[in-house]
Write a protein that binds this ligand. Sequence first.
Ligand code: BTN
Length: 252
Amino acid sequence: SPYLTTDFIGKNYIHKLVIDSTNNLAKEIASNVPDGTVIIAEEQTAGRGRLGRSWISQKGCGIWMSIILKPNIQPQEAINLTQVAAISVVKAIEEVFHVESKIKWPNDIILNNKKVCGILTEMSSEIDKINYVIIGIGVNVNCDNFPEELKGKATSLYLETNSKVDRKKLTASILNNLEFYYNAYLQKGFVYIRPICIEKSITIGRQIKVIANEGEIEGKAVTIDNNGSLVVETKEGKRLSIMSGDVSVRGL
Ligand code: BTN
């Protein structure tokens, strides 16, 4: 693609017409391909979302892709890569569509209160070493219909902005931004991208409910800390840091 200006992300590129899930193929080949390998499919027959959910991935309307990364960081830090990817998608949508989308911590991209993109990060690691991380990104770009049960919750960039763009342009912009913020994160740490995560967060300042390992937590999201954890203040005034979990935001 003439739009791609990266040094390594997307230099090795696999394009499929139909696949079960790009994350599945990524897992199979991750050990044998270079850092930054990207897999893109026109259609997924078994697209996967977080928490065992399925991800609708109709033919030709969205960006269904997985990026294989091999960062030299601790396994517990890999969660930050979801946020690196999320800000990259937000920046790319801004560049291509000139609209501001927001991040529902840690991995949903929201436009006009509806979800336009989800991120599924999966990893293979040993005790203190990552073998690989797979960042699966699904963006509803030109999709114009969603099943009844998703109406009001899911949308596409086309439905929200009324403009149809070349998916290649948005894909390249996501990958260009991803390489920039990924490098910045590796060199300078989460503190460098934290202000952007906070600025683009739709979660901070809202009443939320989190289903975390520790159980169900209700409270107000107050900030994202230096590790990338979401800080929640309960009505008893207790502050808790949540590293991961399923967050529901009141009103979304
Ligand atoms: C979520 O919101 O729950 C995450 C959705 C992630 C979807 C993408 S599409 C490309 C990649 N392959 C998959 O099977 N899932 C991710």
